[in-house]
Design a protein around this ligand. Structure first.
Ligand code: C2E
Ligand code: MG
Ligand code: MG
Length: 281
């Protein structure tokens, strides 16, 4: 109706085209309008949810699949929206990243999960060595105060840094490899461990892999799903397991949904795993 609206909508379409790559166009239509309106609503609701503490954390058990022993948990953010019901992490994590709310979200998950784990540790000496894994985003890695934030979460929850592992996806890590190195080292100095999440889906340089201060590799679930005797995926998993062994990294298989990959992973000597077959978050 107004010139301002037309310019605004053209701007939105331009950003959409840019996000999709070079040399293309995007049309501002009813669909894009609805999508943008939805996103803006989710973003503003997420801001409130964070302020009101409406987010929670789910814990997915991580096992040593050779011995069957529980090693610890991965903390996964959950949002139950009062009107819309459950919103998938894939949706709200991305919106949190694009809006800058992710810093607050990470701090929330870190503090919440460290506090919960410290409570479990204190309950029983048998639980005292359970580890915690927390996911970081690209904006966290780029944030200048990341190690101070982690240090603060550890101190305020009295959580042992040696039991905390921070997960970064392969793509996030490789995109900022040079600036990341300093940050990774300072996190390591706190005593925390680092893991590459969704390993195999990004473009890791093997040269970096041996020199990065990374403790573990989490094999992406797409490889684990497609494992069948002699399939390419099974061969990729075998290669990652042996790569991990020769570089001295802990290897974890994600997304073990059925007995078959579970048995195969054990045969391949993959020591650690998580997935619906073992336990849902
Ligand atoms: P991720 O870090 O790779 O986490 C594992 C995801 O796989 C979780 O999805 C988990 O519920 C799911 N999963 C576990 N076992 C199985 C299985 O056997 N089969 C299948 N199909 N899926 C399985 P979720 O909770 O929906 O989280 C999705 C992604 O969102 C996570 O992937 C992570 O990248 C991101 N995320 C979740 N919580 C946080 C957070 O607190 N901070 C950040 N930065 N990212 C988070
Ligand atoms: Mg993860
Ligand atoms: Mg993963």
């Amino acid at each position: 109706a107004t010139p301002e609206e037309v310019v605004r909508d053209a701007d939105i379409a331009m950003y959409r085209a840019k996000a999709a790559g070079k040399a293309r166009y995007a049309l501002f239509d009813a669909e894009l309008h609805t999508e943008v309106a939805q996103r803006m609503m989710i973003e503003s609701d997420l801001r409130q949810a964070l302020a009101r503490g409406e987010l929670t954390v789910a814990y997915q058990p991580l096992f040593n699949i050779t011995s069957g022993r529980l090693r610890g948990f991965e903390a996964l953010a959950r949002w139950h929206h009062l009107e819309r019901g459950t919103i998938e992490p894939a949706t709200f994590i991305q919106i949190a990243e694009e809006s800058g709310l992710i810093i607050e979200l990470t701090d929330f998950v870190l503090r919440h999960a460290c506090t919960q784990m410290a409570q479990w540790h204190a309950m029983d000496p048998a639980l005292a060595d359970l580890k915690l894994q927390v996911n970081l985003s690209g904006s966290d890695l780029a944030h200048s105060a990341l190690s101070e934030r982690v240090e603060h979460a550890l101190a305020s929850s009295h959580f042992n840094p040696r039991l905390l592992t921070l997960e970064l996806t392969e793509n996030i890590l490789m995109k900022r490899i040079d600036s990341a190195l300093v940050t990774l080292e300072s996190l390591r100095k706190l005593g925390v461990s680092l893991a590459i999440d969704d390993f195999g889906t990004g473009y890791s340089s093997l040269a970096y892999l041996s020199s990065l201060p990374i403790d573990s590799l989490k094999i992406d679930r797409s490889f684990v799903h497609g494992m069948r005797e002699g399939s390419n995926n099974a061969e990729i998993v075998r290669a990652i397991v042996s790569l991990g062994a020769s570089l001295g990294k802990v290897v974890v298989a994600e997304g073990i949904e059925t007995q078959s990959p579970f048995a195969q992973l054990r045969e391949l000597g993959c020591e650690n795993g998580q997935g619906f077959h073992l336990s849902r978050p």
